[in-house]
Design a protein around this ligand. Structure first.
Ligand code: N0T
Length: 524
């Protein structure tokens, strides 16, 4: 009995990240969990704003809210902490049955020091800024300042201490350390101390020889800033994890996904895609580096996903634009095994970050995300369990609307866009018009391979069809069954079978996505 009593309740199990054969899962309450997230606007981190936030999350069927907690708000006076907002947030999240990801807006917020307390902003002597080559102060705080690091760490650790006491049930499932760290306008600190380090040898952990310039060539300044920024953040994360060992991640302001590492664009020093290896070596306490994707071009979007979905890095999209055309990227994100996805700016505070996101989150925009979340919210555990163990793939319509295919075992799945639910594209004997959404940026789907011949598929505005990957072998394929349904208590529950018109021209998903379990066979 004493033994039983000492078992922690399920909800007190620490969230963690599990890795299996290059796949990953965020574990919440002891089970794989798909984060169907949404991020609030930057200044919605006050109790008075929470009523503009949670109703929208409810409407979109999100299960997780990403919310900033600012250094300036928790330590307005040095050494005096106030976690009133955190407490209010915890209460509201529990009332609305949401999990939380806290975003630590400290030394870096979109690289700048905007969220540090006034006593940090005004004391340039103690809290040094980066320096230009001529010694002028740059706007960003320097990652080489021990004093700034210690001050940020103290506040961040205090936050974790507070959480440890106030959140035994782990409403908070992850923490983002800083926000889009690094620097714009100049690639690193050129102050004398930094310069000395830059002219010295690269750290052994990077497995390269020589000075930074010798080892990294054109990327030397960025690699240098990435290393020291990541080391700074890693030290903060390590201290925080020693108090409360939650999964921690860092988000990146991205450069061009196709250009070389010398390309300018993203923030230098942050976990931008060309610097993932440097970050991995420098920040072992950071579980995930994650892309903030504000690019509406499908090919670029998918290139970013491919950069970040790695055996040593779980894919997570902690921010993406909240305009409706971004909603289709939910599918390829899921298909690459993501642990979470979150459009940015999902609240009714009245602000819009257009042209990055929507001008206005109207009903149609909200619905583009909500229909997908509504399907996955009840199966967030089931999907994440599958994604940890089985191959998955996903598609989103590109600008040219062309077909896309992927081979899974002996099957090839093809996604087609802009078609009605009946008939073939090359039918000319019948006059037909494409659906009204055919030239809109909507459409996508996801596939999980449950067994050699069995698949779970879902999508919207897409036709998905299966064929043998190698038809030369003479066998012909047939659909053994296609069941629409869902998971209840971990078990597949069928609503109906699709057959006839519903399967004669591929599996056609319209406005409202559904889940299909499909078993294929062959005959000859
Ligand atoms: C994102 C969001 C928020 C030269 C933008 C995107 C969020 C931050 N930053 O609404 O500020 O906190 O993580 C950066 C996109 C860069 C655009 C061009 C900068």
């Amino acid at each position: 009995l004493a033994l039983l009593a000492s078992q922690p309740a399920v909800s007190q199990i620490l969230p963690t990240i599990e890795h299996r054969d290059g796949r990953h899962a965020l574990i919440v309450d002891g089970k794989p969990f798909l984060m169907l997230g949404a991020q609030a606007h930057n200044s919605s981190n006050y109790q008075a704003m929470l009523d503009t936030v949670f109703p929208m999350l409810d409407e979109m069927h999100a299960n997780t809210l990403e919310m900033p907690v600012a250094w300036e708000q928790v330590e307005p006076v040095e050494g005096r902490f106030d976690f009133g907002f955190v407490d209010a947030l915890l209460v509201a999240a529990r009332q609305h049955d949401k999990r939380l990801v806290l975003l630590w807006f400290g030394t870096w917020k979109n690289t700048s020091a905007s969220y540090v307390p006034e006593w940090v902003k005004t004391d340039i002597k103690r809290f040094n800024r980066m320096r230009a080559p001529d010694g002028a102060a740059h706007y960003a705080l320097s990652p080489h300042s021990r004093t700034t690091l210690e001050a940020d760490k103290r506040a961040f650790v205090a936050l974790m201490q507070h959480l440890k006491a106030a959140d035994p049930q782990h409403t908070v499932i992850m923490v983002q350390v800083e926000n889009e760290s690094g620097s714009y306008d100049q690639p690193r600190d050129f102050g004398p101390e930094a310069q000395k380090l830059f002219d010295g040898p690269v750290p052994a952990a990077l497995r390269r020889k020589g000075t930074w310039r010798e080892a990294f060539g054109v990327s030397a300044d960025r690699a240098f800033n990435a290393w020291y920024t990541a080391r700074y953040i890693d030290e903060i994360a390590a201290a925080a994890k020693a108090v409360l060992d939650l999964p921690m991640y860092c988000n990146a302001a991205l450069s061009d996904p196709f250009a070389g590492p010398e390309a300018w664009g993203g923030a230098s020093g942050g976990p931008d895609w060309p610097m993932i290896d440097v970050w991995k070596a420098a920040a072992p306490h950071i579980d995930v580096v994650a892309p903030d994707i504000y690019n509406r071009d499908a090919k670029a979007y998918i290139a970013y996903l491919d950069h970040y979905a790695r055996a040593d890095n779980p894919l997570m999209v902690p921010e993406t634009g909240n305009a409706s055309e971004y909603a289709r990227f939910f599918w390829p994100t899921l298909g690459r095994g993501a642990i979470g996805f979150a459009p940015f700016g999902m609240d009714r505070s009245g602000y819009s970050n257009y042209p990055l996101g929507a001008t206005d989150v109207d009903d149609a925009t909200l619905s583009a995300f909500a229909v997908k979340y509504r399907l996955f919210a009840p199966i967030a555990n089931d999907w994440a369990t599958i994604a940890l163990a089985r191959p998955t793939w996903g598609f989103a319509k590109t600008d040219d609307g062309g077909d896309q295919s992927q081979v899974l075992g002996r099957w090839k799945v093809t996604a087609q866009f802009g078609l009605p639910q009946f008939g073939e594209r090359d039918w000319t004997w019948l006059k037909w018009d494409p659906p009204e959404w055919a030239d809109k940026p909507v459409g996508g789907g996801v596939v999980a391979q449950l067994g050699p011949d069995e698949f779970l598929i879902a999508g919207d505005h897409v036709r998905m069809r299966f064929a043998l990957a190698d038809p030369a072998k003479g066998a012909k394929m047939q659909i053994l069954f296609a069941e629409e349904g869902t998971f209840e208590n971990g078990k597949w529950v069928m609503r109906r079978r699709w057959n006839g018109d519903q399967t004669d021209y591929g599996f056609n998903f319209a406005e409202e996505p559904v889940l299909l379990k499909v078993r294929l066979g062959t005959y000859r």
